[in-house]
Design a protein around this ligand. Structure first.
Ligand code: SF4
Length: 933
């Protein structure tokens, strides 16, 4: 918590001296309006300082009453001001007038945009082409609103960025416990175990970072596995620079040592792990008694000795033993996390999180104080007050039969599926998402986005120009953090909370006596917010209500008029957030006014060991206990006779069973089929991957023993984050670019010598489908044999005077005579004249290299996660190469797509299902949609 901040009672009239007026004492008056940051998913609290004299936002600082960020932010929070004031931001709806990609636009009204897009979608729905409408999101702002919209539209049209982000880690966690993410209690941990540079730049950066440092101050031991000497590694007590892709091997060696040393929590494992199934499936020769579990595990993992782990991972054997000893001494206090990094880099990366959770389980640290909870028990998603029926559709473009176990949509394969004739899109929304730039194989995206036969209409909902929006038909400006409503929550610590993002100038205006019909009336230009956009668009899709859509967006207070967000959030905060109405009443406020004043709310109670909670007899009425002790409700996914029976009983996650019998008591348990932690996953066995039913090491597609180092092959890590940049949107933030604007290739001096690479020398990196040219940075902070470049940089624009930013260079894109695409950087950043004087003071020029263009799609055959790490050939630049050059053969990339597709084991699975019913899924359809045709 911050020690000094403006007291809450003064937020409506805060007075401070104007620093810029110094040495004169000039007092200024501010209204402090809370909102939440939108520059990563952590949802930290912000306070917007609205200058009462100018009516403009002067700055953003932390919100001290926000339970997760506690008044602190990373650099990206205050930099929200840059996004508000960005001279290149899109302020009005735009429609394409030339060919796609030609860069010719006309300004249109919101009414025109809504009419034209709404009419188009309505026609698709009436012609039963619902699967041709797709919403593809990068940074989601609200936890549940879009599910409501898509359910109301009755389409399976959700697409996400998750399979370039976290699908891998999610499958590993979900197959253990149902929940797909860990929630470490870092502040109280005894051992903090991080795979990748989590502390500096990873998941939930600021809320986690502050608690990791608290844990460190309290004496926790930090272990970091990362091929780079990241800021996290530099803070660690033990840094393992293991070969990329061998992390699961190391974790299994630690797990085995815990058992061998008898430093594991036998009582917890006996009580909460499905060890009976493990013994029955792997050692039917043994008596099914718990005393046989330890010896059976030692046999099962016999090859994972410290010596072999040291060889495979390329690290020191004694250090492995030492870390296993430290972990064994900290039983109950093991706080571990992996998210992107190894889980997102390697074929089989999903087993990294499965093996990490194995250590969490063996140490008895699940949901304990100082241990690691399930995200679902620390993240709170309020039920939307108006929730339509789930859709009865299944979209094979996003959930193809080849990947029945993928955690999220096969987003990266969309252009290849369209090219293969599997379908087409009538209307395609991209929302804070830049697939051409962010995804691998961007030139294939360019080919598809430029082809109206494949994508009939592309609507880019974006606050700023980007490479994909350049190929859109409509570009509709959506608000940044201080210009929109969203409710969000994340698993940042032990406890549950929600944050409320709100349009700051609208709130300020209303408190000053103004009234607004729609948020774009208060925002800069005509920048709008999605929530109201979807309401009004839904009315245009279904103007007479005959599709049944309009009524989902109709006011309950004033039927016949569109729902307002005040009405929506009044219903939500009054009825869906336990404890909020009482907390508001105690302060004499309505729940909505409470959230508008404070910006966040911490739900009462702690969330430790939720699985141990007793289940009341009343909740067991109508259930039957099965042979595994699970209380099943007839007609739920766990015991259905027909899919029709479970219609209406589909939970988002798990099978709806309320409890499990533990030593004669009905306990809450986990949302898995056994209601326990699943050391042996019958789901993996039943869905075609029996060899992966237990935590396992899978040899990566970039495994070091397969590389020809003498021929210049190396492993490229193209995924690490820089804590001061936001994926694609930071190009529109002045301060962030001034801080971070270099894009070097990390290369170890020994590799540089061997490969003939000079300091700062140009390097050509060749992948399977092309090459790029980057400059080298010799550093001992990277493992020899591995090179690395951050994933943030390399933004470009095609027009000299349009779509400029603080971080995008001017480039040309051409197709060569042999069919290969070539991107050539014409120049980097340059000063230019605008209404913002600082654009004339740009002094940095490096805009980096767009390396993702040269990566083929490599979706893991189980999780669907794009495997980001690349097996590349590294060498000095060749004659004619220039910094930033990118050359790609998209025919070769399509061949790689087909090669990886062939690795899958397609569904349907048991009972003719497309996917296990108990698996979580965004915008989950009705159970009947799971039945394969
Ligand atoms: S960690 Fe930084 S970018 Fe993320 S929400 Fe918090 S302040 Fe914003």
């Amino acid at each position: 918590m911050l020690n000094a901040y403006p007291p809450e009672e003064n937020w409506d009239d805060h007075r401070a001296l104007d620093a810029k007026a110094w040495p004169r004492r000039v007092e200024r008056r501010f209204r402090l309006v809370p909102t939440t940051c939108f520059n990563c998913e952590a949802n930290c609290g912000l306070l917007a300082y609205v200058d009462k004299d100018t009516g403009k936002i002067a700055k953003f600082e932390g919100n001290p009453v926000h339970p997760a960020s506690r008044g602190r932010n990373c650099a990206k929070g205050p930099a929200t001001l840059n996004q508000v004031e960005d001279p290149e931001r899109i302020l009005h709806p735009m429609k394409r007038v030339g060919d796609r990609g030609e860069g010719l636009w006309e300004r249109i009204t919101w009414d025109q945009a809504l009419d034209e897009i709404g009419e188009r979608i309505g026609r698709a729905f009436r012609e039963d082409r619902r699967h041709e409408v797709m919403y593809h999101v990068g940074r989601m702002g609200d936890d549940s609103y879009m599910e409501r919209v898509l359910h109301a539209w009755g389409i399976d049209g959700h697409n996400s960025h998750t399979n370039i982000c976290s699908s891998g880690a999610r499958v590993g966690f979900a197959t253990w416990m149902g929940f797909d993410r860990p929630s470490p209690d870092f502040a109280n941990a005894r051992v903090i175990f991080l795979i990748s540079s989590h502390l500096e730049a990873g998941h939930y950066f600021n809320p986690h970072a502050q608690r990791i440092l608290e844990g460190k101050e309290n004496g926790a031991t930090i272990v970091c596995i990362d091929p780079r000497l990241s800021n996290t590694a530099s803070q660690a007590d033990h840094w393992f620079s293991a070969w990329p892709g061998t992390e699961a091997f190391l974790l299994l060696a630690i797990a085995r040592l815990l058992i061998e040393n008898d430093t594991w929590d036998r009582a917890f494992v006996e009580r909460w792990v499905n060890w009976q199934t493990f013994l029955a499936e792997t050692r039917p020769d043994l008596d099914p008694v718990f005393d046989n579990v330890g010896p059976a595990l030692l046999d099962h993992y016999a090859e994972y000795t410290p010596a072999e782990a040291a060889r495979v991972c390329g690290i020191d054997e004694d250090r492995i033993r030492e870390v296993a000893r430290v972990v064994g001494e900290g039983l109950g206090g093991f706080a571990g996390h992996t998210w992107r990094a190894a889980s997102a880099g390697n074929e089989g990366g999903w087993q990294v999180s499965r093996c990490l959770w194995f250590v969490t389980v063996l140490t008895g640290s699940v949901g304990t104080e100082g241990g690691t909870n399930a995200n679902g028990w620390n993240k709170f998603i309020p039920v939307t007050p108006i929730h339509p029926e789930p859709q009865g559709e299944w979209n094979d473009l996003t959930w193809p039969a080849e990947y029945p176990l993928t955690h999220h949509e096969l987003s990266v394969l969309l252009p290849h599926f369209l090219k293969s004739g599997r379908g087409k899109l009538d209307t395609y929304f991209t929302r804070v998402y830049n697939p051409l730039w962010t995804n691998p194989d961007g030139f294939t995206w360019l080919e598809v986005l430029a082809d109206p036969e494949k994508v009939g209409c592309h609507v880019a909902l974006t606050p700023t120009w980007n490479e994909s929006a350049w190929y859109a038909d409509y570009v509709l400006p959506m608000g940044v953090a201080s210009e929109r409503h969203d409710v969000g929550s994340f698993e940042t610590h032990n406890g549950m909370w929600i944050g409320f993002r709100q349009p700051v100038l609208r709130r300020h205006g209303e408190l000053e006596g103004e009234s607004f019909d729609r948020t774009h009336e208060a925002n800069p230009g005509e920048v709008w917010e999605e929530q109201e956009f979807w309401i009004d668009l839904s009315w245009r899709i279904d103007p007479d209500g005959s599709l049944g859509i309009r009524r989902q967006f109709e006011s309950r207070e004033n039927p016949g008029t569109p729902l307002t967000l005040d009405e929506y959030y009044t219903m939500l905060f009054e009825g869906s957030v336990p404890g909020l109405p009482e907390a508001a009443e105690a302060e004499g406020l309505t729940p909505l006014e409470y959230m508008r004043r404070k910006g966040a709310f911490a739900l009462p109670g702690d969330q430790y060991r939720v699985y141990e909670r007793d289940v009341a007899d009343a909740d067991l009425v109508g259930t039957e206990k099965d042979a595994q002790g699970v209380y099943r409700r007839p007609g739920t996914a766990g015991s259905y006779d027909s899919l029709d029976e479970i219609k209406g009983h589909m939970p988002f996650i798990g099978d709806g069973s309320p409890a499990v019998d533990i030593a004669g008591e009905a306990k809450f348990g986990f949302p898995t089929p056994s209601k326990k932690l699943e050391l042996f996953s019958e789901t993996m066995r039943d869905w075609g991957w029996p060899e992966y039913a237990t935590p396992t090491f899978i040899r990566s597609h970039v495994h070091w023993e397969d590389l020809d180092f003498a021929a210049g092959e190396r492993i490229l890590v193209p995924t690490f984050r820089i804590p001061t940049l936001i994926h694609t949107r930071s190009a529109n933030s002045e301060w962030l670019n001034e801080i971070s604007h270099r894009h070097p290739l990390w290369v170890h001096p020994s590799d540089a010598e061997e490969l003939g690479i000079e300091e700062n020398g140009l390097v050509r990196i060749t992948t399977r489908i092309g090459h790029f040219v980057i400059a080298a940075w010799r550093t001992e902070g990277i493992r020899p044999g591995v090179v690395a470049a951050s994933h943030h940089m390399g933004r470009w624009r095609l027009d000299e005077d349009k779509a400029r930013s603080w971080g995008a260079g001017k480039a040309s894109v051409e197709r060569e005579s042999d069919g290969r695409w070539r991107l050539r950087r014409e120049h980097g950043n340059q000063p230019y004249d605008s209404d913002e004087p600082d654009t004339g003071r740009i002094w940095w020029s490096d805009t980096g290299v767009h390396q993702n263009l040269t990566f083929p799609v490599q979706p893991d055959p189980v999780s669907g996660m794009h495997c980001w790490l690349q097996r590349v050939t590294v060498g000095p630049a060749q004659l004619g190469d220039a910094y930033g050059d990118v050359v790609v053969d998209t025919e070769a990339s399509h061949a790689v797509f087909e090669e990886w597709l062939a690795k899958t084991r397609p569904g349907p699975g048991p009972d003719g299902l497309r996917r296990p019913l108990w698996f979580a899924r965004p915008v989950k359809p009705k159970a009947t949609a799971y039945q394969a045709d």
